[in-house]
Ligand binder design. Structure first.
Ligand code: HEC
Length: 150
C-alpha cells in the first residue's frame, strides 16, 4: 500500500515536471523578441521611459501656448525649429516619432540616449547627450502639443 502511494507520487512528480517544462517553453515563445540592443518592439517604437503608446486628439490651443512657453524656457538653448543647433531641428518631429517616443525623450533622455538605437545614432551625430530639463509629465505633454504645430 505504502509502496503504491510512493509510485503514484513519483509518477505525479514526473508529470508535474513535464508540465512545468512545457509551460516554460510556451512562456518563452510568448515573450516579445528583443532587438540587438535588448529593447522590445514596443520600446523601439515608443521609447524607453514612463510613457506608453497613446494617440493624439484634436489640437489643443491652450496647451500649444503653454508648451511654446516652456519650450522657449527649457529647449531653445539646444534646439531650433528648422536648423541644427546643439541638437537636431524639431520641425516635423511629430511625423517622424510617435507621441510617446517624444515624451519619453523629454522625460527620460538619459536612458533614451543609453539604450535606444536611433537616439544613440543621433548622439554619434550631435556628440552631446540631451539632458533632463526638469520637465513634469504635464509640461512634456504641452511641449508635444506645441511641437505638432512646427
Ligand atoms: C543640452 C542640450 C539640449 C537641451 C537643453 C534639450 N535637448 Fe533635445 N536633444 C539634444 C540632442 C543633442 C539631441 C540628439 C540626441 C542626443 O544626442 O542626445 C536631442 C534630441 C531631442 C529629440 C529627438 C529628436 C528626434 O529627431 O528624434 C527631441 C524630441 C528633443 N530633443 C526635444 C527636446 C525638448 C522638448 C527640450 C526641452 C524640454 C530639449 N530637447 C532640450 C539636446 C538638447
Amino acid at each position: 500500500m505504502i509502496r503504491k502511494t510512493g509510485m503514484i507520487l513519483i509518477a505525479a512528480l514526473i508529470l508535474m515536471n513535464c508540465g512545468g517544462g512545457d509551460s516554460e517553453a510556451t512562456k518563452e515563445a510568448a515573450q516579445p523578441k528583443l532587438s540587438p540592443d535588448g529593447l522590445t518592439q514596443e520600446q523601439l517604437k515608443n521609447g524607453v521611459g514612463p510613457i506608453g503608446a497613446f494617440e493624439l486628439g484634436p489640437q489643443d490651443d491652450a496647451m500649444v501656448a503653454k508648451g511654446a512657453e516652456i519650450f522657449e524656457l527649457k529647449c531653445v538653448a539646444c534646439h531650433k525649429v528648422n536648423e541644427r543647433l546643439v541638437g537636431p531641428p524639431l520641425s516635423g518631429v511629430t511625423t517622424k516619432r510617435t507621441p510617446a517616443f517624444i515624451m519619453n525623450m523629454i522625460l527620460n533622455p538619459d536612458e533614451m540616449v543609453k539604450k535606444h538605437p536611433e537616439v544613440k545614432a543621433m548622439l554619434a551625430e550631435f556628440y552631446v547627450p540631451m539632458t533632463f530639463q526638469n520637465v513634469t509629465e504635464d509640461d512634456a505633454r504641452a511641449i508635444l502639443e506645441y511641437l505638432r504645430t512646427l
